[in-house]
Design a binder for this molecule. Structure first.
Ligand SMILES: CC(C)(COP(=O)(O)OP(=O)(O)OC[C@H]1O[C@@H](n2cnc3c(N)ncnc32)[C@H](O)[C@@H]1OP(=O)(O)O)[C@@H](O)C(=O)NCCC(=O)NCCS
Length: 145
């Protein structure tokens, strides 16, 4: 069982959109991935287990700070440690580029993601009240590398 995380370029936008759709009810179209990845600051990572896509992360790096724009594991592979592995792969990827901090936003209602991020070492540094469509708060989190 080989779990690998590799960078994916804009020419694989369809693959990223398919993967994103498996992870999120509110999914992003391939066109949106193409637009995002036309920005050199944005990079996509895809996690595979035995060549099957299991996870996606989109990272934006500006001035030694990386923001995680999206992050998900396909439902069939959750709660097996793959989220933790993908997060570690994101850190390894940006450390090589000299990044010192990572940021992300997570819904106050998303306990699974909060447990993953806080268990990994992210700290809650601020809140955007009723930021999401369901009126849940966005918790702004930072990890110092
Ligand atoms: C959040 C998400 C990425 C977690 O991925 P995962 O592969 O299931 O996470 P892991 O198996 O690596 O678990 C890591 C830690 O997260 C926590 N966790 C994971 N799933 C959980 C759940 N359903 N309930 C509570 N805690 C959970 C646990 O603390 C776990 O640590 P442990 O193994 O010591 O118990 C996944 O549930 C997901 O893709 N959800 C839908 C998309 C999403 O919400 N993305 C985040 C947006 S900010």
């Amino acid at each position: 069982m080989a779990i690998l995380t590799r960078q994916v370029l804009a020419d694989q936008a369809n693959r990223l959109a398919k993967l994103h759709k498996k992870c999120f009810a509110d999914s992003w179209e391939a066109k949106y991935f193409r637009e995002l990845l036309s920005n050199k600051a944005v990079q996509a990572l895809a996690q595979t287990e035995d060549d099957r896509d299991t996870g996606i992360a989109l990272l934006q790096t500006i001035a030694r700070e990386t923001e995680i724009l999206t992050f998900g594991i396909v439902p069939s592979h959750r709660a097996k440690g793959l989220g933790y592995k993908l997060l570690q792969a994101c850190v390894d990827h940006v450390l090589a580029a000299g990044v010192r901090s990572m940021f992300l936003e997570v819904s106050g209602n998303n306990k699974a993601a909060q447990n993953l991020y806080f268990g990994f070492g992210f700290e809650h540094i601020g809140t955007r009240k009723e930021y999401y469509a369901d009126r849940s708060d966005a918790m702004i989190c930072r990890l110092s590398l």
